[in-house]
Write a protein that binds this ligand. Structure first.
Ligand SMILES: [Zn+2]
Length: 80
């Protein structure tokens, strides 16, 4: 299952992965970070574990230009 992170969770997400603060195409800061939880983790719940232990994937979608950017699997693994 996937869900969109809340604003304060996006800050946590950025601290882990250095992504999700702005659109890489137009630099707009109104972005949505969608995460996919790891099986058995609580990342699917609000304020759940979005560390590399908790998620298997993420996408950053721009609210302005619609650009979507996959957060590389390697960046997620590297953050662990
Ligand atoms: Zn954009």
């Amino acid at each position: 299952m996937s869900r969109d992170l809340k604003a304060d969770e996006r800050r946590t997400f950025f601290e882990y992965y250095r992504e999700g603060s702005a659109c890489k195409s137009c630099e707009n800061k109104d972005v949505v970070v969608k995460i996919w939880e790891k099986y058995g983790s609580d990342a699917g719940e609000i304020n759940g574990d979005i560390s590399p232990e908790g998620i298997i994937g993420a996408v950053v979608v721009c609210g302005k230009c619609g650009h979507s950017q996959t957060v590389a699997r390697e960046s997620i693994l590297k953050a662990s």
